[in-house]
Design a protein around this ligand. Structure first.
Ligand code: GLN
Length: 552
């Protein structure tokens, strides 16, 4: 802590090698959780090597979900893990891409800031990377900043990031920065052996970039015997106690507990010269993992979307169900339903055994008639319904078509010519032509109608939720909807946009224009998910009772 009360941050860099998908984000989040449990103030940032300025313009099939922060940044889905583990918000500064770095450097070059100099990868790009790596640390809010470097060591596009880490580690000095390298120890079943060679090569490649890792976290399907740890240590130039075993876990939420057993946090603190002999208190976390591992019942929730082949496209929704399931002591089994395969004719067959249905966010025309068919089926059959963003908009269209009798009702997003635009383009969006970063993004306040379902669920009338959309409920039709039983229970007080819809004569039917899934964390499960799961649980119980009565 500096004299002015500001914290002086220390830096931990997390790199990965051998293959992608080893879970750097989960290891970084788990370490951060352990350090946070010791009372340290920690944040995690991710540096991604691709050229897009942010992942907002990426198709979900390419990169999974785009995670939106309170300040409206469109970011990598790993930031969702950071927030879910740490229960603290992230911001634009927590996610930087190569595209962003070049964009900022080139903008400065065009302004003439480089005074006639040749602008080069080293030092100009690496300086920009370093200054962005230090940005959060310089706020004085954090004891520790963990920086995850996306991609794998050896990738051409990661080189400037690694060069920046090399320089920064040297500039910061021994006790203020360390590098953790996540690697894989594969098991060859034909030989019946774990193999260390890929790790040796991966570390060597890191060393070629001038970086000596301080700690190795080794992903493995089988325990690492002590002699193997010694061998890895010897070949990779680290202490045996810095070789950390990361066994496959049954849930990502178990990883902080595994890392605690492996003393990853203690090792990191020792190397950063931070003295702390406390035992980490992870009781609440352990409690959550226990509830998660011992569900009393299983619920089937249909998730209707058009990107269901790639579950990562709905990462935060799936995680929110895990949190809400644990609260309700049940396992939420997601039935992934492709909206293009659904129609009014087969909706009953495809959805009959579900206990609740969530219609997912999305963009564009593909699959929307299937989403509308799903809403009609659950509305008419009193099955709990939860619509998010596009899911809410589809519920509005379904209601207009089938209850108000406006058969041509549509969203202007899908039918530009419609005379029945119950979902219209927002006024502020009409002049915008650029696609990147131009939606209604980030946190907005919403007022909930007293005694509405939403009010009961949140337990308060003023909420703040995150947004990512261009279209909205058309206020021209508000009265027609309200008169026929749709409650417009959440309104943005500043621009009078409808944020929440619900049906008075249905056991649980709620649609929200915002993305509640972005705010559900382990320690703070989102009330909408918790109550939706509760409603599904009640519905499942009623179904069981009816079956018992019939068969008695
Ligand atoms: N496509 C819709 C809009 O832009 C919904 C967006 C979403 O589901 N995130 O308004």
């Amino acid at each position: 802590m500096a004299a002015n009360g500001k914290k002086t941050a220390k830096y931990i860099f997390v790199t990965g090698g051998v293959t992608s998908s080893l879970g750097k984000g989960i290891i970084a989040s788990s370490l951060a959780k352990l350090l946070q449990s010791r009372g340290l103030s920690v944040t995690i940032q991710k540096f991604d090597p691709y050229i897009n300025v942010d992942p907002g313009t990426l198709n979900p099939y390419e990169h999974g979900e785009c995670y939106v922060t309170d300040d409206g940044a469109e970011t990598d889905l790993d930031l969702g893990h950071y927030e879910r583990f740490l229960n603290t918000p992230t911001s634009q500064a927590n996610n930087v891409t190569t595209g962003r770095i070049y964009f900022d450097v080139i903008t400065r070059e065009r302004r003439g800031d480089f005074l006639g100099k040749t602008v080069q990868v080293v030092p100009h790009i690496t300086d920009e990377i370093k200054s962005k790596m230090r940005l959060l640390g310089e706020t004085g809010e954090y004891d520790i900043v963990i920086t995850e470097i996306g991609g794998c060591v050896g990738d051409i596009e990661s080189l400037p990031f690694l060069e920046a880490v090399r320089q920064l580690k040297f500039e910061l000095g021994e006790n203020d920065a360390l590098v953790i390298h996540l690697t894989l120890i594969p098991y060859l079943s034909s030989a019946g052996e774990l193999k260390t060679k890929p790790t040796q090569h991966s570390v060597r490649m890191l060393q070629e970039s001038g970086i000596q890792p301080d700690i190795l976290v080794c992903r493995t399907e089988h325990p690492l015997p002590p002699e193997m740890r010694k061998k890895i240590a010897l070949f990779c130039n680290v202490q045996p106690s810095s070789v950390i075993e990361a066994m496959d876990a049954s849930t990502i939420y178990e990883v902080p507990l595994l890392m605690k057993k492996e003393r990853l946090d203690q090792r990191a603190l020792y190397m950063l010269d931070i003295y702390d002999d406390k035992d980490v208190d992870l009781d609440a976390w352990q409690d959550f993992v226990n509830r998660l591992s011992n569900p009393k019942t299983t619920l089937k929730i249909g998730l209707v979307g058009k990107y269901v082949e790639l579950h990562d496209a709905y990462k935060s929704i799936a995680e929110s169900f895990i949190h809400a399931g644990a609260v309700n002591e049940c396992k939420v089994q997601i039935e992934w339903i492709h909206s293009e395969h659904l129609s009014p004719e087969n909706a009953a067959d495809m959805m009959a055994d579900l206990d609740g249905v969530l219609v997912a966010p999305g963009f564009g025309e593909r699959g929307i008639e299937g989403k509308i068919a799903a809403v009609q089926y659950v509305r008419e059959n009193n099955i709990p319904f939860f619509g998010i963003c596009l899911g809410m908009q589809m519920a509005v269209i379904e209601y207009a078509r089938n209850v108000l009798g406006w058969s041509e009702a549509h969203s202007i997003e899908m039918d530009k010519e419609t005379d029945w635009a119950v979902i219209d383009m927002m006024e502020e969006q009409k002049q915008i032509t650029n696609k990147g970063g131009t939606m209604r993004l980030g946190a907005y306040t919403c007022k909930l109608q007293s005694n509405s379902l939403a009010h009961k669920i949140y337990g308060k009338t003023t909420i703040s939720e995150r947004h990512r959309h261009r279209y909205e409920f058309n206020n021209r039709y508000r009265e027609d909807f309200a008169k026929s039983g749709m409650v417009l229970s959440g309104i943005n007080p500043e621009n009078d946009l409808v944020e929440v819809i619900e049906l008075a004569n249905h056991p649980f039917f709620i649609g929200v224009q915002y993305h509640p899934e972005l705010k559900s964390t382990v320690m703070n499960p989102h009330p909408l998910f918790v109550h939706f799961v509760k409603a599904a649980s009640k519905y499942a119980q009623q179904k069981r009772e009816i079956t018992e009565l019939v068969s008695a």
